[in-house]
Write a protein that binds this ligand. Sequence first.
Ligand code: MN
Length: 234
Amino acid sequence: MSYVITPAPHSTVLVANSNDLFPVHRIYCVGRNYAAHAREMGGNPEREPPFFFCKPADAVVPVPAGETIALAYPHETTNYHHEIELVVAIGKTGKNITERRAHDHIWGYAVGLDMTRRDLQSALREKNQPWELAKAFDESAPLAPLYPVSRIGHPKAGSIWLKVNGELRQEGRIEHMIWSVTETISHLSRYFELQPGDLIFTGTPAGVGPVVVGDALSGGIDGLGEIAVHSVAA
Ligand code: MN
């Protein structure tokens, strides 16, 4: 047997300070996981159960350390937004994972961007329609290199920030997530069997805002390096 068309290449994330690659299986994203961001989105900052959406694996744009990658401004939007996020990479299969065992399933951590067509998201939300057009488009998941748990352990606290053209726009602390990484893994694994290669975007702090052509974005998380992209015309 042979493929009738050429299979797409595997989507990958870089691994920090190495030539290794992490193959991407699925991308899960948590919505509204910082109270101040939940408020700015007009939502409830209280502790409601976490909710999830997905992006396709090939939405990943690997961004090498110290480089700035060009991102084409997406079509069908006039309100393209940045969301800086802590991203968790899963290294071990599991379902119904307990909070206590959740760390055993994590391979590493990275800084990522959940790029969003905010105008479409608002319109879809109003109509109770799914979010794919707003969240799952091409190049909507730029990712800095992954830091393996074997090297850095599990980050418990730290600053998360994003600048646009050198001006601070988003700022928060990862320990202020409404649902912690272990709680998120436990909850998500009730609905999906997590697989090696899965990525979980854990939500963005307050300060999301528009990106226009020509903007330079840089962001980071304490201990996980930085990510830099700039927006170019399609
Ligand atoms: Mn997000």
